[in-house]
Write a protein that binds this ligand. Sequence first.
Ligand code: AHM
Ligand code: MG
Length: 342
Amino acid sequence: TSPSPVSVKPVSLSRFLIEEQRSKGQINADLRLLIEVVARACKRISIAVGKGALGGVLGSAGTENVQGETQKKLDVLSNEILLEANEWGGHLAALASEEMDDPHPIPNRYPKGEYLLVFDPLDGSSNIDVNISVGTIFSVLRCPEGVTEPDEQAFLQRGTRQVAAGYAVYGSSTVLVLTLGDGVHAFTLDREQGGFVLTQSNLTIPEDTGEFAINMSNIRHWEPPMRRYIDELLAGKTGPRGRDFNMRWVASMVADVHRILTRGGIFIYPRDLKDPSKPGKLRLMYEANPMAFVVEQAGGAATTGRARILDVKPEKLHQRVPVFLGSRNEVERATRYHTEAD
Ligand code: AHM
Ligand code: MG
């Protein structure tokens, strides 16, 4: 028998969220609004990214962010889009971003809500000018009880406290990946209709994999257990792992993580002894934590190479951590090599 017309009707992001609210009680109306607003902002960013050179948005903005990195025009524009979209809805107590030194308060003319939003507005910005996938990463926390003017301290909550997280990847199609703590779901942007449509529910990452993602150019700066893990993969069939491994590195975390959610793999940005003051490149609050939440919700694992990322107690908004995430058995093995060596 052919499927009934109702069962093949596409499920929009709005409908998905309403059902999460109504039947599962997974979210309330404010959190639903928040996710819808973030999705709308991602749609605008997707349009700006898609215009490329025609939009006049390629190249550097001539400014630096708090980490001393040169900002691209699209970094700045994406940050503004997310701020502007989220300020007035009444669902947020404050926002924080990779591109801003300090948390951004909600202007007094607008009501305040109970949530905190943290984001990397345009991740993988070295890839913008070369037409390779980039993305937006976001994490939602609750504003601590009794805090009316949230400062940096209000944001410094463990990743386990996230109530929602996800990313949008601006690739050959734009896909929004979301977790509300109840599995991971993917929504593809329908460019004609202008809305996100549910295209995959309950994504799962295979436990085993034959694919790894790491920037090998840093090999000389790695710690010994990191080198051991990769050396064993590179040794292939005749090495201790007894099989061949393939490598991919997009240098856009969203694209690398999206591949891992789709077909498995391990992604590593390890601690790097090149600059001992930096315990890794990626930022805990708006890169590692949201991705770790998504990956764990898809059945994968995410560690710093030594401990679970979601358990790390943040000390600074822009804190960096080493990141090992993806297929559970590989992440556990790489982590074991580190803890055994300590
Ligand atoms: P960004 O937030 O400044 O774009 O930096 C983060 C990006 C990640 O998306 C990616 O995994 C990593 O930096 C790539 O680093 P590298 O250029 O060292 O390979
Ligand atoms: Mg980033």
